[in-house]
Design a protein around this ligand. Structure first.
Ligand code: PLP
Length: 458
């Protein structure tokens, strides 16, 4: 009836933001060698670096924290956690881990051998690293529609089905220990996959007798997009859609720092008891006993409550609409973004934003620096600094596949006026885009160089 979408919560505890002047921010970013990862978060006004573990917990989650039981083995917190995962996803074997990448490390250590090939719509960076650490190769099969950043195709997170069939023909199923789908597709712009596409992938895997796993970090957001965009599912609840997705899979990995609505935690889950047994053996080696897996009992309780809240449709409506609001207003102001808006983030298209800069001029770094200096925003470059590389022999720089800058929205943290402010700042930087200068690395690590790299403007 009313067109204003309000935050479906009110605020009980507030955290002051630290205001700074442009001159102060210019000095801070120089001290940080023009790398926003090296800023102190106190010096950031609106922090859109990541939506991972940065969300606000609810009163019920804080109450759950107090209920947490810190027994080493067999804690009631574990049983509440296990029940919450089974109620939502239906996988019978549930193994807690300290975050998503620990679940990935254990899953791939159990499933992969040297020379194997793992297929995914798009591997997240930690997923790819954990696959490759086992000696297997990680291959991305994004759908062809995802290549055009400006198109409004509703399911750009889909897997390329012809590519999947072709991969089975090329490598043979003996070399493919599992196929995975990342929902939503984080590295592909937070774009969802359709239930139709997920079903087709599951069917191909069944024909090939190959396990099908889900990277479930944002499965509630993906399910909400399915409800909105795939007509035949519009009358189903999000919880039902999540259950339906999981019913097609053999298991999942999960970072509870995303759709677990918690600040830390993760899990892996499977239907295969023998796989679960091997996973638990590895878990004990580095994470801990299988009823806590590197987490405190209170974390398990916070996640159990978070998994109930994340499928509430008022919450998801607000979440997806507020991210979309940012994307639509930026688009209306002429700012080029990856379309359509994703679930957890808006990705600025830095190549079109600053067409006077080539990939080796690090346009995304120029843009993140300008967003910080202009308005105290912290965003993250997802371009040549993150995914390009320097040839260790020749010293030549090689560009990454795309030049993006991600504005990730922490869950339940910022209000509409904060987002209106973000729109103003980005629009102002865009108006003055001709002033963006080329950047170069002055120092870089041999891997994951974007975290610690130092830059200077040319
Ligand atoms: C964050 C993330 C992970 C890794 O989870 P961590 O909790 O950060 O270790 C894996 N896959 C996707 C899609 C993610 O977004």
């Amino acid at each position: 009836m009313f067109k204003t979408i309000i935050e479906p919560f009110r605020i009980k505890s507030v955290e002051p933001l630290h205001m700074t002047t442009t001159a102060e921010r210019r000095q801070k970013i120089e001290e940080a060698h023009h790398n926003v990862f090296l800023l102190r978060s106190d010096d950031v006004l609106i922090d859109l670096l990541t939506d991972s573990g940065t969300g606000a917990m609810s009163t019920e989650q804080w109450a759950a924290i107090m209920r947490g039981d810190e027994s080493y083995a067999g804690s009631p917190s574990f049983y509440r956690f296990e029940k919450a995962v089974i109620d939502l996803m239906g996988f019978p074997c549930v193994i807690p881990t300290h975050q998503g990448r620990a679940a990935e490390r254990i899953l791939f250590a159990v499933m992969c051998r040297q020379g194997d090939v793992v297929l995914n719509n798009t591997h997240f960076d930690t997923t790819r690293a954990n696959v490759e650490f086992t000696g297997a190769t990680a291959i991305d099969l994004p759908c062809p529609e995802s290549r055009d950043l400006a198109s409004m195709y509703p399911f750009k997170g889909n897997m390329d089905l012809a590519g999947l069939r072709q991969a089975f023909a090329t490598y043979g199923r003996e070399r493919i220990p599992l196929v995975m789908m990342t929902l939503t597709n984080n590295s592909g712009g937070g774009q969802p996959a359709s239930l139709h596409n997920i079903r087709e992938v599951a069917q191909i895997c069944r024909e090939q007798r190959t396990p099908f796993y889900i990277d479930a970090c944002r499965i509630a957001e993906n399910a909400y997009f399915i409800k909105q965009r795939e007509a035949e599912h519009k009358s189903k609840s999000v919880k039902t859609i999540v259950a339906e997705i999981c019913s097609l899979a053999d298991g999942c990995t999960m970072s509870a720092k995303k759709d677990g609505l918690a600040n830390i935690g993760g899990f892996l889950a499977t239907r295969d008891k023998e796989v679960a047994r091997q996973e638990k053996d590895l878990l004990i080696l580095t994470e801990g006993f299988p009823t806590y897996g590197g987490l405190a009992g209170r974390d398990l309780d916070a996640i159990a409550q978070g998994l109930k809240e994340v499928v509430e449709e008022d919450y998801l409506h607000y979440r997806i609409v507020s991210t979309g609001y940012l994307g639509e207003h930026l688009t209306a102001n002429g700012v080029p973004i990856l379309q359509p808006p994703g679930g957890h983030a808006i990705y600025l298209d830095a190549a079109r934003f600053a067409p006077h800069l080539g990939p080796l001029d690090l346009p995304g770094i120029a843009l993140t620096v300008a967003l910080y200096v202009t308005g105290g925003l912290r965003a993250v470059e997802i371009g040549t600094a993150m995914f390009g590389h320097r040839d260790p022999k020749t010293g030549d720089e090689h560009p990454g596949p795309k030049e993006l800058v991600r504005l990730a929205i922490p869950r339940r943290v910022y209000t509409q006026s904060h987002i209106d402010y973000v729109i103003e700042v980005v629009t102002e930087v865009h108006r003055r885009r001709a002033e963006l200068r080329p950047y170069r690395f002055v120092e870089q690590a041999p891997f994951l160089r974007h975290f610690t790299g130092r830059y200077r403007p040319q």
